[in-house]
Design a protein around this ligand. Structure first.
Ligand code: G
Ligand code: G
Ligand code: MN
Ligand code: NA
Length: 256
């Protein structure tokens, strides 16, 4: 397919860009982290979003090289922001991971190298994993996750509640954070059932000593309800769209 050929070239030429969406502490509005989101600017189709190319990159294996680029770029960008952040350089960056990347031999070394070349402490990096990655119960992946945990890298479950949720991996794997999927957050202001469900997820997180981040917060009402049920962190258009790196520095200066 044509897109597949362009993907090949784009990966070789590192023609991708990152956008960053702030993750904030709901009670204060302070920015505590940034989630890196890949974009692919093309001459033919405009700027492509991940749903147009991540699955393809996984199929073709290009996700390995693309993922390495994302990791390198995101850690380098964060290192620059931490040097200037008024909040004391405690910002973290979240990077989305594909199963294919985790299965690649040398994955832990790749993470180590990105940390070393950016000079970031391991705790500044959070890897976002999907439930499907964890449901596979791949022993090699689990050993790598444990190694990363020992290194001090944070692990988050992305889109929590949308996959084939099994709670067993929360008990058995070294997870630090649950990201509550935006489909739960969307209707909390008008659906008591959705609010109770979200409340339940936040309680599970608290019980297990995990932090909870709500995704897709678009209104102050949603933010207040989330804060009321004890969800400490969130992200969404209420705070900011995913921003180009130049705008992140400005936002940090005015917000933190
Ligand atoms: O804003 P948005 O359309 O960018 O992101 C949609 C989804 O695409 C994210 O939830 C995430 O799961 C996925 N995604 C974005 N960037 C990356 C990336 O660099 N690597 C991987 N594997 N997935 C990504
Ligand atoms: O990693 P994940 O699949 O959760 O990526 C987040 C996705 O959600 C990205 O595509 C991002 O652009 C999008 N997003 C971020 N904030 C909001 C929001 O407030 N509302 C909606 N509908 N989507 C959002
Ligand atoms: Mn994510
Ligand atoms: Na995701």
């Amino acid at each position: 397919r044509a897109l597949q050929l362009s993907l090949e070239e784009a990966v070789q030429g590192a023609e991708f860009r990152l956008r960053y969406q702030p993750i904030v502490e709901l009670s204060t509005g302070r920015i505590v982290g940034l989630e890196a989101l890949a974009r692919w600017p093309t001459s033919q189709h405009g700027v492509l979003l991940p749903d147009r190319f991540i699955a393809l990159a996984e199929e073709t294996g290009h996700i390995v090289q693309l993922g390495a680029w994302v990791l390198e770029s995101a850690t380098r960008d964060l290192a620059a922001w931490r040097a200037t952040d008024a909040a004391g350089g405690e910002l973290r960056v979240s990077v989305n991971m594909s199963a294919r990347q985790l299965r690649e031999p040398g994955f832990v070394d790749l993470v180590r190298d990105a940390l070393a070349s950016s000079g970031l402490p391991p705790g500044a990096l959070l890897l976002e994993l999907t439930e499907s990655i964890l449901m596979g119960r791949d022993e090699n992946i689990e050993a790598d996750l444990l190694a990363l945990k020992e290194l001090g890298v944070g692990l988050a479950i992305d889109d929590f509640g949308t996959g084939y949720s099994s709670l067993s991996y929360l008990r058995e794997l070294p997870i630090d954070m649950i990201k509550i999927d935006k489909s739960f957050v969307r209707d909390i202001a008008r659906s008591p059932a959705d609010l109770r469900l979200t409340d339940g997820i936040v309680r599970i997180a608290a019980t297990l000593g995990l932090s909870a981040v709500a995704e897709g917060i678009e209104s102050a009402e949603q933010r207040d309800l989330l804060a009321d049920i004890g969800c400490r962190y969130g992200q969404g258009y209420l705070y900011s769209r995913p921003l180009p790196p130049e705008e992140v520095a400005d936002l940090l200066r005015t917000t933190n």
